[in-house]
Design a protein around this ligand. Structure first.
Ligand code: SF4
Length: 235
């Protein structure tokens, strides 16, 4: 994410115009759903991969109830971590990833377990730092910075957001989730704060959940159909 991207200004204008419409339609500004510290957000985000929110919450709560500190998780046998998060998909893999990530952070911080130092970095540097940790990809790094109490302006792009953006034609139809996320983040004005970036994520995501479904998008009632490539090519 550190490299400056070349962006299409017409698509950027379209993305920002639709962002404004969706923010208005869905009632931005949106309340942040949480304010975990960055380290806790990282663990929660790793648990959330391919797992429903309610299940992630249960697995996270069980982990916190079992181990009093993240240091205790770092030092615990992998099978004990796995037993706590067994509800989450790929719990064996995630248990090892969480333990390894805590160890890497701890080693980089002279034994201290915290990601609060990211706040002193630029968004791109902070993302690059956490993305070096195995299991922390583009979406997780953005979640660590934006959803946590660091409140940094990193854009989270989930599958709903990505699907809506592809159908609208503001990112290429076959681009990967990571490439799409990089483009969508590059469209955002550099002076947007974390709340405004969070609103953009929420507005596009809500549109994907409420109208632009994976199967059978509700195009007839869609408020942005006039600007949608998918709609215009199919009607
Ligand atoms: S017109 Fe249809 S495909 Fe396009 S954004 Fe709206 S719901 Fe999605």
């Amino acid at each position: 994410m550190a490299k400056k991207m070349i962006i299409d200004s017409t698509l950027q204008t379209k993305a920002l115009r639709i962002d404004k419409q969706l923010c208005q339609a869905y009632g931005a500004p949106f309340r942040y759903f949480g304010s975990k510290d960055a380290l806790s957000q990282m663990v929660s985000s790793i648990l959330s991969h391919r797992t429903k929110n309610a299940t992630t919450k249960k697995a996270y709560t069980k982990l916190k109830e079992t181990f009093p500190t993240w240091e205790a998780v770092r030092d615990a046998p992998v099978n004990e971590i796995q037993q706590c998060i067994t509800l989450s998909t790929y719990s064996e893999v995630k248990a090892q990833r969480i333990k390894d990530a805590l160890r890497i952070i701890s080693d980089a911080n002279f034994g201290r377990l915290s990601l609060d130092f990211l706040k002193e970095m630029s968004v791109s540097d902070a993302r690059a730092w956490v993305e070096k940790i195995p299991g922390v990809g583009v979406k997780t790094s953005a979640a660590i910075l934006n959803f946590s109490n660091l409140r940094m302006p990193a854009l989270v792009v989930d599958t709903h957001h990505h699907r809506v953006a592809q159908r609208l034609g503001i990112i290429p139809p076959k681009c990967s989730l990571d490439k799409g996320a990089a483009l969508l983040e590059a469209y955002l004005p550099s002076d947007w704060d974390s709340q405004r970036v969070y609103d953009s994520h929420q507005a596009y995501m809500r549109h994907g959940q409420k109208a632009c479904h994976h199967y059978h998008p509700d195009c007839k009632n869609c408020i942005i159909s006039d600007q949608c490539d998918f709609f215009n090519n199919n009607h």
